[in-house]
Each structure stands twice: as C-alpha cells, then as structure tokens.
Write a protein that binds this ligand. Structure first.
Ligand code: HSE
Length: 432
C-alpha cells in the first residue's frame, strides 16, 4: 500500500470496553488498514482523572491521553470519534457537538441512541457524517447492519429477543438450580455479570432501550423507549419455574416488537415460551434475536451480548464502515426514521396468561375464580391445584386461552377483592 494519510480516530472513555477497543485498533492496525484501503491511527483518548490509575493507561504512550474537552473537541486531525463513556449525559451532548462539528461518530451507547437517535441521525445527515451504533444492541452480534442492509428488502413482521445477558443469566440459574431471585442475583453480582446497581437490567430498562433501537430500524418508524411496555423479573419465584417446567415451558425475559396493520407493538416482560423453541435454549449471559421477515422467514442471531472483546468487534466494524466511506468519498448510509407509526396500547395486546395464586381450600372457591375470569371474557385452558398447604390454603395455577391485557388487569383487580383469594402471586404472559 502506498504511503497514505491515516484516518484519525479519537476515543472517549477508557473503561473495560474502551481499553479493549484501543488495543484492537492498535494491535490490528495493519489488518484494519488492509480492509479499509487506508491506515487508521488512534490519535487521542479522552479520559477522566481517575483513569490514570489504570494499568492499561499507565502502559500506553501518555501523550495519547487528555482530560480536556477543549483539546479533544478541537483536534482537526480526528475524523472519527468513538464514544464509550456510556449513560445519557454528557454522552448525548458530546455526540451532538461532535456531529455538529463534522466528526463521524461511533457509539455503543444504547440509552442515547434509543432516546435521541432520531435527532442525532438527522444531525449526522445534515452534516454529511456517519453515525454508527452496532455495539449498542447485542454486543458482538451483527444486528444493526443486518437490519440496515441485509434484511432491507423485507417487511419485518416481528422481532423476539433475549437482549439482556444479566437477566438471562439470573433466569437460567433460577431454572437450573431452583434458587430464588435474590440468590440468583447475588450470584450474578459475585461473578461480575450483574452490576452493583442492577436496576436497569432487572427492571427490563436495558432491554427496552435495545428493542426500541431494533424496532426503529425494523419498522422504519421512530420508537422511543418510553413507548415500550416494560416489566422486569424481580417478581418471579422458583415456583413459577417449577410450574413452567411441568407444563413444558421455560421463562425468559423477552423483548418483542411486532408490526401489524401499520401499528407497532413493543414490549419487554418475562414470558413462558415452549421449551423446544429456539429462544428457550439460549442460556446464561448469551443473547439471541429472532427476526421474522416476509421474504426471509425466521432468521436467528445468537452470541455474546456483552463483554469487552465482543463489543470491540462491533465498534471496530463501525469504524471500518465509516473509514471505507471516507476512502470512497461516500458517507455511509445513515438510516432515517421514515414515520411515527402508532404504538398499539398495551391494554389491547392479546396473549395467553399463566396465573399462580393462593386460595382458601374450600368448596366452591375454584368456581368463584372461574366465574371471575369468565365474567371478564377470560377462558381457562387448564388449571392445576397442588396439595393443600397449611392454614387450609391451596396454590392453584391457571393457564388461560388468549385474552387481552385489559381483561386480565380487570380480572386481577376482581380476584384481589375476593375474600377466598389470599394472594395472586404472579401473572405471566405466554408466548407460544
Ligand atoms: N447490561 C447488559 C446486559 C450488557 O446484561 O446484557 C450491556 O448491554
């Protein structure tokens, strides 16, 4: 390759992923240059003061680092900036400033892209620069580019995904070891799979960001995370797993996005899924996404949804895509949301339901429960009552036929008012 001016790279954030990305860009510089057609050079890394204590930072050329926004943002020799600081602020403001000043941006920031993607894509288009975010969903699994390019001729009917490794690890542990949620969570924290504050993962917020990004791409319509119905996994008990197992199901935190009659349905919640289905067999910290295209039929993706190496693969791929565009004099395609299609209200969503409740073990109680469900148009598909428990109580589980969310919520309110129903432990949607 004849001597060519390198494409300058700036990196923001030197955490575990930032460190790995810096290593890949440096150690694989020759390979990447070969694939781009021009060298790339990591020219500046913006860090925070405490990063200087990190061994990896100490081992690198110190002139690469700056803590100064002004120095970093005003370097004309940087063409592409990789944002890996995470969180909404100040990452959103940084990305805006970078795009506005004509820099290409690569980010792994799911929160910023989910909440502000429409504005940032428009800004990138306006300034004729690239904005890529392959690492924001599913770590190293090639999802974003697949929606942008390889699946583009399809009308996407639905996406069914396990896109949070922390919760998938916890649910797999509860299923396998019969542990309660709190035990499985602390195990995940000890192993470093769950963060000290696991709220975003266990409440489904992380998955909601990711499915909002995928739904936006798939349906070419902006889906904001606030429009995603979101229910986490903290209410699940090992008993739910036991019953699921008896009935031929497993429980997963699913992120679902569907398009029907120009309306988008998008939700994150635990669900019973058949034990022989593709997603049921994705265990531990792995992620998996099933896409239903009208031309392709079902396409499945699976792999490591997090971790420094897998994520660095996606970040490097985005850098290469933008750098190739620079070499060819063509900006990489920036996907734009064409429309704001209506979001189906959760109350109209129809699924089957699993219900587990504690009732008085007396004559006529099952009939009262059945009547309550029936009066809300909910038809029972099966019911199991286990042995009587202490205090003349019995646990029953009910599987319903398809019913609307609105009717199940109304039935739940009715059931809790019945004196013979001590507690409705859980109601879990069934995706069969
Ligand atoms: N916290 C995420 C997960 C990883 O558990 O899958 C980063 O997206």
């Amino acid at each position: 390759m004849e001597e060519q001016k390198p494409i300058g790279i700036g990196l923001m954030g030197m955490g575990v992923i930032g460190g790995q990305v810096a290593q890949v860009l440096t150690e694989r510089a020759v390979q990447l240059a070969d694939r781009i057609g021009r060298p790339i050079e990591l020219r500046k890394i913006k860090i925070i003061e405490s990063d200087f204590l990190r061994r990896q930072v100490q081992d690198m050329d110190q002139s690469l680092f700056t803590t100064s926004d002004e120095e970093f943002f005003n370097m004309p020799e940087i063409d592409i900036v990789i944002e890996l600081i995470g969180g909404e602020h100040p990452a959103y403001e940084y990305i805006k400033r970078l795009l506005g000043s004509g820099k290409h941006v690569v980010t792994a920031n799911k929160e910023v892209i989910a909440k502000h993607g429409a504005e940032l894509r428009e800004l990138a288009r306006h300034h004729n620069v690239g904005l890529r975010y392959e690492a924001s969903v599913g770590g190293g699994i090639p999802l974003i580019a697949s929606f942008e390019h390889d699946l583009i001729a399809n009308c996407i009917k639905g996406i069914y995904a396990i896109i949070n490794g922390t919760t998938n690890y916890i649910l797999s542990t509860m299923a396998k070891e019969g542990t309660e949620f709190s035990v499985a969570l602390s195990q995940a924290q000890k192993l470093g799979y769950a963060e000290a504050n696991p709220c975003n993962d266990i409440e489904g917020i992380d998955a909601a960001y990711k499915i909002a990004i995928l739904a936006t791409l798939a349906f070419r319509s902006h889906v904001h995370p606030d429009q995603v119905f979101c229910e986490g996994i903290s209410r699940l008990s090992w008993k739910d797993f036991q019953y699921a197992n008896e009935m031929g199901f497993v429980i997963k935190l699913l992120a679902i996005a569907k398009q029907e009659q120009n309306q988008i349905e998008v939700r994150v919640h635990p669900a019973f899924i058949p034990e022989d289905s593709f997603l049921a067999n994705v265990d531990g910290v792995y992620n998996a996404v099933l896409v239903d295209g009208d031309l392709t039929g079902q396409v499945t993706f699976t792999g490591k949804g997090a971790g420094a190496q897998a994520t660095s693969s996606a970040v490097a791929a985005d850098v290469v895509a933008i750098a190739r565009g620079i070499v060819n004099g063509q900006n990489v395609l920036v996907h734009l949301d064409d429309e704001n299609k209506p979001i189906k209200p959760m109350t109209s969503v129809v699924t089957r339901f699993f219900m587990r409740m504690l009732i008085a073990d007396q004559s006529g109680v099952l009939a009262q429960v059945a009547f309550t469900l029936g009066s809300r148009n909910i038809s029972i598909s099966s019911a199991i009552q286990k042995e009587t428990m202490p205090d003349q109580m019995a646990e029953i589980v009910i599987m319903t036929h398809p019913a609307s969310e609105e009717s199940i919520q109304a039935a739940y309110a009715d059931l809790t008012k019945l004196s013979v129903v001590k507690e409705v432990h859980n109601i879990i949607r069934v995706e069969a």
